[in-house]
Design a protein around this ligand. Structure first.
Ligand code: SF4
Length: 354
């Protein structure tokens, strides 16, 4: 009885929403990451690790208007339009996806919805419509990863029920940012502008509710990445780490992935800085600007390493993004589930701590 009342209440909520303006902007199609499509029962498949978040990507026939050198969605890329990083994103009818989300939330299969967006003129109308459509149906936290133009865009998202926003820096330094995302890459992004938007996002969503992505392996040194991580944490922005992944058809298709050792040290540095255990200024770097000392005693360091937490996927709560940067056969950069004892021994070896 109670369930049927809940269902009626939800149906009314959907109906109210459908007569509103936003529904007119709700795109008929949306991309869903392959793993999310299995969790939503849109596709059949066996997963090595289940995503705890459903990842959606806005769909459009054309590519993004930006031109990030690592991205298969970039306007100049010859890469597959259904790819983002090494994950494929098949297209589904939005209605079917919304129904899948409702069921997956009701059955506790997912704990978050993450809307990711290309950059194109109507993107904010689409994001608002998606956020409202999800929010009116189910009680699940919503994250949006996008490129807002201004504070108004962000206020609109917050009012539509979005809990958290991610605005990507991707590169650790201004010089690299300009090279891979800015005018040198034929893209629209400006380093200072990203920080201005991040600080406006903090005002709109609140401290702890704003994240950014940093990609390891775009040509930065470990010192530069650690400095960027510290800066993000100091301004109240959560930095999430990705390993650069070369994708066929992109400008950087020939570039190598970072070494696993380098990535492990940066994961550990991020974990320590984010939890206030150490700071960039307390750490030591060698001649090649690699981390040589994390600025804490070895006993504490080894205890934290052996817990395994620094090597899990970083990002919003409940985001585990399985195999976004890696094949399930490895090497694994971001672990999507707690590490086994064998994996803990392996990451300790990979860190190459002296
Ligand atoms: S803005 Fe995002 S989707 Fe567009 S090219 Fe850059 S990384 Fe790719």
């Amino acid at each position: 009885m109670r369930d049927s009342m809940k269902f009626q209440a939800r149906s009314r909520a959907v109906k109210r929403f459908e007569v509103g303006d936003s529904i007119k902007c709700l795109p008929e199609l949306v991309r869903v990451s392959l793993g999310s499509a299995v969790v939503l029962r849109l596709l059949k498949g066996k997963l090595d690790a289940m995503p705890r978040t459903v990842y959606l990507l806005t769909y459009r026939k054309n590519k993004c208007v930006a031109n990030c050198s690592f991205c298969p969605q970039a306007k100049g890329s010859r890469g597959r339009a259904d790819m983002l990083s090494r994950v494929s994103w098949p297209v589904f009818p939005t209605r079917q996806v919304l129904r899948g989300i409702e069921k997956a939330v009701e059955n506790s299969r997912i704990g978050r919805v993450c809307l990711q967006a290309l950059n194109y003129p109507e993107v904010f109308q689409h994001l608002l419509a998606f956020a409202k459509a999800v929010h009116s149906r189910v009680n699940v936290p919503i994250s949006v990863s996008c490129q807002p133009l201004n504070r108004k865009n962000m206020q609109g998202l917050a009012e539509a029920g979005v809990e958290r926003i991610g605005i990507p820096l991707d590169a650790a330094t201004e010089e690299l940012f300009e090279k891979v995302k800015g005018s040198s890459a034929g893209g629209p992004y400006v380093w200072e502008e990203q920080f201005k938007l991040l600080s406006e996002a903090l005002e709109v969503f609140g401290k702890g509710k704003v994240s950014t992505h940093l990609i390891v392996g775009l040509g930065e040194t470990e010192r530069e990445m650690v400095e960027a991580i510290q800066h993000c944490v100091d301004i109240g922005v959560l930095p999430a780490l990705f390993a650069f992944t070369p994708i066929s058809g992109t400008v950087l298709e020939e570039n190598p992935q970072p070494t696993v050792s380098q990535y492990r040290r940066l994961q550990l540095a991020r974990h320590l800085i984010f939890h206030g255990i150490t700071r960039y200024e307390d750490m030591l770097f060698d001649k090649e600007e690699g981390i040589s000392n994390f600025g804490i005693n070895k006993e504490t360091l080894m205890r934290i390493v052996q817990e395994g937490k620094p090597f899990l996927t970083s990002g919003c709560p409940k985001c585990n993004r399985p195999y976004y940067n890696e094949k399930p056969s490895g090497p694994i950069y971001n672990y999507p589930k707690p590490l086994t004892e064998k994996e803990k021994v392996q990451v300790t070896r990979e860190l190459m701590l002296s």
